[in-house]
Design a protein around this ligand. Structure first.
Ligand code: AMP
Length: 305
């Protein structure tokens, strides 16, 4: 699963990315977290990041792209990842596409969490984060059970982020509209955008997002036709957006003449279908630009005679 979570500051990307990462067992990669770490570590890069973040501006593409490239090359991302807060503008999205294509692991979907402006401001200015375990609360919507104490780890390390004050929050929303919102159209044009309402409780939003992931992305990573019950013994595995077909051991035992008969109409053999096809994200199967038929959620592939 290779997913981007897109949404305004305060839309709940960070909270949802954490929950989804746990649910699907893939890392959540937040450029905001990486930059906060760099800022805390000091150094030239850290100071640059700190200044931009305090003003609610974007840190330079050069710095962010270097970080994200290093992170995406780590082995824990092989099963997938959830990008949170990246990309933040069109050049970053283009650089991400190039990097992932080069790694042979293109993005599958961008989930856009859509939240009203009023709610965004409350979420930003009311946010409290645990400095020990990273749990996120909101003093308006989801305060900790005991004031000042983290429900998750019990430590008294709850604090407001430096850039969550009213002035910086306003600027972050302006920057979002100017630089990041155009990504909605960018991913729409690639037919990779899915929109989820970001209103309501954390759990409800998580269920909505998971519903989309389960319907749209997980089938791409699963074996969808194991050759039995009406199949012809060819095993179709969809992996990374590619359909790979292989003959099952059981099918290999079947005699070839019986198969030949089935494929022949009025003594004329039907042209053999291709063994590989690309699957679009919308679930339609294409082979060399032509549509092929689908049975329920399975892709039937015939063996060459
Ligand atoms: P976040 O934690 O995602 O809300 O990000 C906090 C701040 O980090 C932002 O307001 C930016 O200053 C900076 N930041 C995070 N991600 C990026 C990015 N992809 N590009 C540039 N700056 C970023």
């Amino acid at each position: 699963m290779r997913i981007v979570l897109l949404g305004a500051p305060g839309s709940g990307k960070g909270t949802q990315a954490k929950l989804l990462g746990e649910r699907y067992g893939i890392p959540q990669i937040s450029t905001g977290d990486l930059l906060r770490e760099a800022a805390a570590g000091g150094g030239n890069l850290g100071r640059q990041a700190k200044t931009a973040m305090a003003a609610g501006e974007l840190v330079s593409d050069e710095v962010v792209l270097g970080m994200i490239e290093q992170r995406l090359k780590k082995p824990d991302t092989r099963r997938g990842f959830i990008l949170d807060g990246f990309p933040r503008n069109i050049p970053q999205a283009q650089a991400l596409d190039s990097l992932l294509n080069w790694l042979g692991r293109p993005l599958q979907v961008t989930l856009y969490i859509n939240v009203s402006q009023d709610t965004l401001v409350k979420r930003l200015t009311g946010r409290i984060t645990c400095g020990a375990c990273g749990a996120i609360y909101n003093e308006f919507f989801s305060p900790p059970r005991k004031s000042g104490v983290c429900d998750a780890c019990g430590k008294r390390k709850l604090k407001k982020r430096g850039d969550d004050n009213a002035a910086t929050a306003r600027n972050r929303l302006v920057v979002y509209e100017r630089d990041t919102e155009p990504l909605v159209d960018y991913y729409k044009a690639q037919q990779k955008l899915r929109t989820v309402s970001g209103g309501g409780g954390v759990k409800d939003i998580c269920e909505r997002i998971s519903g989309l992931i389960d319907a749209d992305i997980r089938p791409l990573a699963a074996a969808v036709d194991l050759g039995g019950g009406g199949g012809d013994g060819a095993q179709t595995i969809i992996s990374g957006g590619q359909v790979v077909t292989a003959e099952t051991p059981a099918a290999a035992k079947k005699s070839a003449p019986a198969k030949k008969k089935k494929q022949t109409t009025a003594g004329k053999p039907k042209p053999a279908k291709r063994k590989t096809a690309a699957v679009s994200r919308a679930g339609k199967t294409k082979a060399a630009g032509k549509k092929t038929s689908r049975k329920k959620s399975t892709t039937t592939t015939r063996r060459k005679k």
